[in-house]
Design a protein around this ligand. Structure first.
Ligand SMILES: Nc1ncnc2c1ncn2[C@@H]1O[C@H](COP(=O)(O)OP(=O)(O)O)[C@@H](O)[C@H]1O
Ligand SMILES: [Mg+2]
Length: 266
């Protein structure tokens, strides 16, 4: 499952919640952080562990895949010689070239996802479910399109074959599901609807849209509408302050409802 959305909407939080949900159903879950921020271990009281697997709770593990670590992993797997990797790729002259290849970073991270997908333990897949906490760039859409973008560039050869395998898994609704995360505010919802439009055929892969950070409605707006003039007529500073706060809350709830309605309409 690929969890997408803009930075700060709650992708990592939703990834963690989904992981716990799947684990409760008996699945062995791997959650992959791709932003390099390594937030997940901390949420479960563990120190960050980078490219190494951290068991968060029984059945749920995590690791952080940065493009750089994925590149090193890939190259060392191919040439089996870490010193050569360091000589060529950790070289100030080479670095700008590596960073300039469009889609390379995302494709490398996806390559690592594929390795984990194929990983076996005692004749069974090690992971029943892999949750990818996608990078915020382009809402994660650039990551989904990365394999295709790189395929267009490489055309043929061993790299092309690897990318094609990644692309085939990512584009298969039976194997890859998408989760869109948003918050109940006008702009984020507009951006989510824009992402939905740009998904095209991949819309069929959307399993869930999460409207994170919804606040419970304490008071129906109609009740407040009737009560507000009466409360406002009381001349008391604390009551005036409380009234303002409540008004703000009610306006927030109205925006929440509008956000939900806009998403529901799709
Ligand atoms: N439903 C929620 N209620 C309260 N705080 C939340 C909720 N979802 C996310 N947060 C907080 O908002 C911040 C951003 O969430 P995070 O999951 O890290 O977003 P992202 O991964 O999309 O950048 C974090 O501090 C997180 O604890
Ligand atoms: Mg995050």
């Amino acid at each position: 499952m690929v969890v997408t959305g803009k930075g700060g909407v709650g992708k990592t939080t939703v990834s963690a919640a989904l992981a716990l949900g799947f684990a409760a159903r008996g699945e062995r879950v791997m959650v992959l952080e791709t932003s390099g921020a390594q937030v997940l271990p901390g949420l479960f009281g563990h120190p960050p562990s980078g490219y190494d697997v951290t068991v968060l709770v029984p059945q749920v593990s995590t690791l952080s895949i940065t493009p750089r670590a994925a590149l090193e992993d890939y190259v060392v797997q191919q040439i089996k010689f870490r010193r050569l990797y360091k000589m060529v790729f950790e070289n100030r002259i080479m670095e700008p070239f590596i960073d300039a290849v469009p889609g390379l970073h995302d494709a490398l991270q996806l390559g690592k996802v594929m390795d984990l997908e194929r990983e076996q333990h005692d004749g069974h897949p090690t992971w029943d479910r892999i949750i990818v906490d996608a990078p915020a760039t382009g809402h994660g859409l650039t990551m989904l399109g990365a394999a295709q973008a790189m395929m267009d560039m490489t055309r043929a050869g061993p790299m092309y074959d690897g990318l094609k395998q990644v692309h085939d898994v990512l584009a298969d609704p039976a194997r890859t599901g998408l989760v869109l995360v948003s918050i109940p505010e006008e702009m984020p919802v507009s951006e989510t609807l824009d992402l939905w439009d740009r998904l095209g055929d991949a819309q069929a892969q959307v399993r869930m849209c999460v409207l994170n950070q919804m606040q419970p409605e304490v008071l129906p707006p109609s009740v407040w509408e009737a009560a507000a003039p009466v409360v406002r007529s009381i001349s008391s500073a604390p009551i005036a302050e409380a009234t303002d706060l409540l008004s703000q809350q009610i306006r927030h709830h109205t925006r929440q409802r509008a956000a939900l309605a806009r998403l529901d309409a799709h």
